[in-house]
Design a protein around this ligand. Structure first.
Ligand SMILES: [Zn+2]
Length: 339
């Protein structure tokens, strides 16, 4: 019995020195102290010892159990400290390293211009309306007095879809949709994305953004339109801006006009951007054609209105001196972070 106890003690010491993980320690504990462990078996075998020697043997086994138990605690403690030490080393933070900046997002230049334009018109009583980008020929053309033989209806200029619908070529369909559902007075601006089947180059792109505006009431005059456009030019391009209007033609307005603003780069003296004229073309406008008013069920002898539309890309290019429209859609951070 005495020899057995000694050999278990030696074996336990050897096994303990081999332990390197928490799992090893647990296996060792089961091997010696578990229900069928070697120490437990010693207690069971004590009945085979001569009765007068049993107390002493019991004492030996108790001592051995005590030794193994405390050795297990010590080794386990050492292994846990090692694991913690390794983790601390792996997860160490070097507080002397410079921080990693996450950077600030910027508002896209087109969104910036769009917001400015909307804000200016909201300040004089216009409210914002929106409409679908996939339109019918009726809303995009017919209701706007654009007849079927008009070149804008050509396959070359419009993206027609397989279901007979099309991608709107301007924001003017919103005008029709709003007027169909409301009675005058209506004073609306309709910002949005439009599509043209054009060759892509520095000056034109297959999609761009427009802001359409219109006002219909019982006594709307051409001079009011002129006043609104003049106010808009001063708010967006600066207090010294002047406007100039020239006769033009659009199917949905009569009379129609093109509105120029005095070149804010050269103060009207003439430069490369305004092609030495001192003026920049910024929008088209006019009095809403009576046929358009009739198409939505208005009495064109009782109400009149004006409408205007502008391209956000063109205005943004002028404001920031951007010479290629494609830059807006390439999402190059070197470009976008400048705004
Ligand atoms: Zn100029």
């Amino acid at each position: 019995m005495r020899d057995k106890i000694n050999s278990i003690q030696i074996q336990a010491e050897n096994d303990l020195s081999d332990c390197s993980t928490i799992e090893d320690i647990e296996n060792l504990r089961v091997k010696f102290l578990g229900k069928k462990g070697q120490i437990t078996l010693l207690y069971q075998n004590i009945k085979d010892v001569a009765p007068e020697d049993r107390p002493q043997m019991g004492q030996f086994i108790n001592d051995l159990k005590q030794k193994i138990t405390s050795a297990i605690v010590n080794v386990k403690d050492r292994i846990e400290k090692n694991i913690l030490q390794k983790r601390l080393e792996q997860e160490a933070i070097d507080v002397t390293l410079p921080g990693r900046s996450s950077g600030f997002g910027k508002i896209h230049p087109l969104a910036k211009t769009m917001r400015s334009v909307i804000k200016i018109f909201q300040s004089i009583g216009f409210s914002v309306a929106q409409g679908p980008e996939v339109e019918t020929e009726y809303y995009n053309f017919d209701a706007l007095n654009i007849p079927s033989y008009h070149p804008a209806r050509d396959m070359q200029d419009t993206f027609f879809l397989e279901n007979g619908k099309l991608l709107r070529t301007h924001t003017s369909p919103v005008q029709i949709r709003v007027m169909e559902n409301r009675t005058p007075p209506v004073r609306i601006i309709a910002p949005g994305r439009v599509y043209r089947n054009e060759a892509i180059n520095a000056r034109s792109y297959c999609l761009f953004h427009q802001v359409e505006g219109f006002y219909v009431d019982s006594s709307v005059t051409f001079s009011e339109l002129k006043g609104v456009l003049g106010y808009f030019a001063k708010e967006l391009f600066g207090e010294d801006s002047k406007i100039r209007i020239r006769p033009s033609f659009f199917p949905f307005t009569e009379p129609s006009l093109e509105c120029d603003v005095s070149c804010f780069l050269c103060s009207g003296k003439g430069c490369r951007v305004c092609k030495k004229t001192g003026w920049l073309e910024i929008l088209g406008a006019g009095m809403i054609h009576p046929a358009v008013l009739r198409s939505v069920g208005y009495d064109s002898s009782q109400v009149q209105g004006y409408a205007f539309g502008m391209g956000i890309e063109r205005i943004t290019m002028l404001l920031y001196g951007i010479n290629d429209i494609r830059l807006f859609f390439e999402n190059d951070l070197r470009f976008l972070s400048q705004f």
